[in-house]
Design a protein around this ligand. Structure first.
Ligand code: CU
Length: 464
């Protein structure tokens, strides 16, 4: 089928689906051309060239969906479809998403904008889109069966509402949710304030990403959709370290990072070197009197958080989920604990019956960050990434905030690793090691010992 033929059929299908929709049909002369993204690079901010002005966000390893103005209405076209997403170099997953990628494109509008979103379903099953956090007519809320008929494969539905309150939102299906979310269907939505807002500061850099999780068996490409808690791929915008771009800012920039959680567990997001305030949630900006400084904030399931700080410390600063299993990729979670087990002499014997057997973890697992372990094709190593000082031994939800005084304003290019000023890097001690007191005690058994009284849970006070 030629492109022209398929477009004609596509448009014909869309026209049929529009019949019965409750929005102004006369306005729908034609669908806006869907914009498809093939790159996994972080797109530069999309400077608005129509509609009201705003300061755009930067979506980590993502992009913002262009729109067209139609009689004062901002029109977007989302296409729900199977996509191939490179989650990290060497590891590509078969996901479902929107407009060529998972997650879908970020949608940016301005408070008060009338928004019309065409949603075309190219999935093998029905879908719908829920606009998480928005004030809108109930029938536009996207809960299939409850507020609308589901969008059958091949059909296009239209959502239309006014973006009434500014803030940080997301979108995702509300139809066969378990499967469609597990497959990577979601996207970010930012409603910018229409002018100066008492609770929303102007910032120099505004980043956003969604937390998402997948269960992809090493060597395979398609997530297991029935997994409830045992995920092995912890991602930001369907990317995992070292595939997540760094957040590159200029020294003393005011920075906002917007995070939304569409996984099945909470993620304490931790930033090094700076304190931030949580200035907003998906419920809107927080009152100034309610803000305090944090270096970690928990983003619970279905929640969104806006973190703000002044990047006034130069350097390479880790930003990551503080759950240690969430900064690891597949493979490692089921490795038995071997610390302290003496394998010497055993390996060759075992290799006679199991030639692939390798010694792993008897001194901790850090070796795995360095060693070239044979792993199945299309699998992200469990602990990986090279920094300027050696292996980073990370994976999953990990990136770097790069603060540089010579980063040009408005420029997002990766400045490379930080050049530390002389005398500011942790260094090896080369003097004599004193003998530890406990070794002296062991050498002299008559030395005084201290009895520690331990209290076990469940004991009443005073009982020992
Ligand atoms: Cu986490």
């Amino acid at each position: 089928m030629s492109i022209d033929q398929s477009r004609r059929q596509f448009v014909a299908g869309a026209a049929t689906a529009v019949v019965g929709a409750t929005v102004a049909r006369s306005a729908l002369a034609a669908l806006p051309e869907p914009v498809i993204q093939t790159s996994v690079e972080t797109a530069p901010p999309l400077i608005p060239n129509s509609g009201r002005p705003y300061n755009p966000v930067v979506t980590l390893n993502g992009w913002t969906l262009p729109w067209r103005m139609n009689n004062g209405v901002k029109e977007f076209h989302l296409v729900a479809e199977p996509v191939e997403r490179e989650m990290a170099p060497g590891f590509t997953a078969q996901l479902w998403g929107y407009n060529g990628q998972s997650p879908g494109p970020t949608i940016e509008v301005v408070e008060g904008d009338r928004v019309r979103i065409f949603v075309t379903n190219k999935l093998p099953e029905h879908t719908s889109i829920h606009w998480h956090g928005q004030r809108l007519p109930s029938g536009m809320d996207g809960v299939s069966g409850l507020t609308q008929r589901s969008i059958k494969p091949g059909k296009t539905f239209v959502y239309e509402f006014v973006a009434r309150r500014p803030g940080t939102f997301m979108y995702h299906p509300h139809a066969d949710e378990m499967v469609q979310m597990a497959m990577g269907m979601h996207g970010f939505w930012v409603t910018h304030p229409k002018g100066k807002h008492p609770l929303i500061d102007e910032v120099d850099r505004d980043f956003c990403f969604l937390l998402n999780a997948f269960d992809v068996e090493p060597g395979s490409k398609t997530p297991k959709v029935n997994t409830m808690t045992d995920f092995n791929i912890w991602a930001w915008n369907s990317r995992i370290f070292p595939g997540i771009d760094s957040l590159n800012v200029r020294l003393n920039d005011k920075v906002r990072i917007r995070v939304g959680n569409l996984t099945m567990t909470n993620h304490p997001i931790h930033l090094h070197g700076h304190e931030f305030q949580v200035t907003g949630t998906d419920g809107g900006p927080t009152p100034k009197s309610s803000r305090w400084h944090e270096v970690t904030t928990d983003v619970a399931v279905g929640q969104m958080r806006q973190l703000e700080f002044v990047a006034d410390e130069e350097g390479d600063w880790a930003i990551h989920c503080h759950k240690s299993h969430h900064t690891m990729n597949a493979m490692g979670h089921d490795v038995p604990t071997m610390i302290g087990v003496d394998h010497r002499g055993l390996v060759q014997k075992i290799q006679k019956v199991a030639p692939d057997y390798m010694l792993m973890g008897e001194r901790g697992m850090a070796d795995m960050g360095e060693m070239e372990m044979p792993i199945p094709d299309n699998t992200a190593p469990m602990m990986t990434g090279q920094g300027p000082f050696g292996p980073l031994e990370m994976g999953g939800m990990f990136s770097v905030l790069k603060v540089r005084k010579d980063q040009p304003a408005g420029n997002y290019k990766d400045p490379g690793w930080y050049q530390h000023p002389a005398g500011t890097v942790a260094y090896e001690y080369s003097g004599e090691l004193p003998t530890a007191p406990r070794q002296q005690a062991a050498a002299n058994p008559t030395a005084t010992t201290t009895t520690v009284k331990a209290k076990k849970p469940g004991m009443t006070p005073g009982q020992h």
